[in-house]
Design a protein around this ligand. Structure first.
Ligand SMILES: [Zn+2]
Length: 249
């Protein structure tokens, strides 16, 4: 198929933008690219789709997604982050059951794909969302995903000891760290390498020093990537000022 009459943002090394450009797609891959006039001449028998002057851009990459929260929009918009999480959002997420996580993943993925996102990083996939079903949602959709399986062993939030995650979300080292290894064994590289499994370490205060050490050692030994929330609230800065630094691991 030859897609014609689009303005193509190539993002190549020279940052070329091709006005009134065309793309030749063969076997699911871009086989040629250039001016519409040139490609129509070069491939005269190719069927065409007229893009009508639309922009053609590379797929977007969303580097921080919480799939589960797609079902919870608007539930506590007037709250500060920690209160928002501890009093509303985590309470609801902590009550996910059955295929709630799968439904949330499908909704979130559909919205990402509709807006041009072709790859995303899930920051913290909890056991409660059912990792297998979330991975299946990725597999079925055609999107690419790095799924950070939550790694944690502390339920409180940074220095905010009165606040805690909902019990339904709290996981142990065995569930979270070893669970990531099991999920990775099953899913990493699957769906034609569209699915990658990462460590999704929770927050600065959500992982004990011992668990951070164990996780980073496994990361180095096995090449497992890590994503985590680092400095999203003032309490995180206070936590780091107590002398606990991620660089020490
Ligand atoms: Zn986040």
């Amino acid at each position: 198929m030859l897609y014609i009459n689009g303005d193509i943002i190539t993002m190549n090394a020279e940052r070329h933008i091709i006005a009134n450009g065309a793309l030749l797609v063969r076997d699911n891959r871009i086989a040629d690219i250039g001016k519409t006039s040139a490609l129509v001449k070069a491939y005269p028998s190719e069927p065409t789709t007229d893009l009508g002057g639309k922009l053609v851009i590379p797929g977007l990459i969303d580097t921080h997604v919480h799939l589960a929260q797609s079902l919870l929009r608007g539930c506590a918009d007037d709250k500060s982050l920690i209160t928002w999480l501890c009093e509303r959002v985590w309470v609801l997420q902590g009550c996910f059951e059955g295929d709630d996580g799968y439904a949330a993943a499908r909704l979130c993925i559909a919205e990402m794909m509709k807006s041009g996102t072709t790859t995303f990083l899930e920051a913290m996939c909890a056991d409660r969302y059912n990792f297998d079903r979330v991975a299946q949602a990725v597999e079925e959709s055609g999107i690419r995903a790095c799924i950070g399986k939550i790694v944690m062993d502390v339920g409180t939030y940074a220095t905010q000891s009165p606040f805690s995650m909902h019990p339904g979300l709290i996981e142990t080292r065995e569930q979270s760290l070893l669970g990531t290894l099991a999920a990775r064994e099953k899913w990493h590289g699957k769906a034609n390498d569209r699915i990658h499994v990462w460590f999704g370490s929770r927050t600065p205060g959500g992982v004990s020093v011992q668990l951070f050490k164990e996780m980073t050692q496994l990361s180095r030994e096995r090449g497992i990537r890590i994503t985590m929330h680092c400095a999203e609230v003032e309490a995180d800065k206070q936590y780091f000022r107590q002398g606990k630094s991620m660089t020490s691991f």
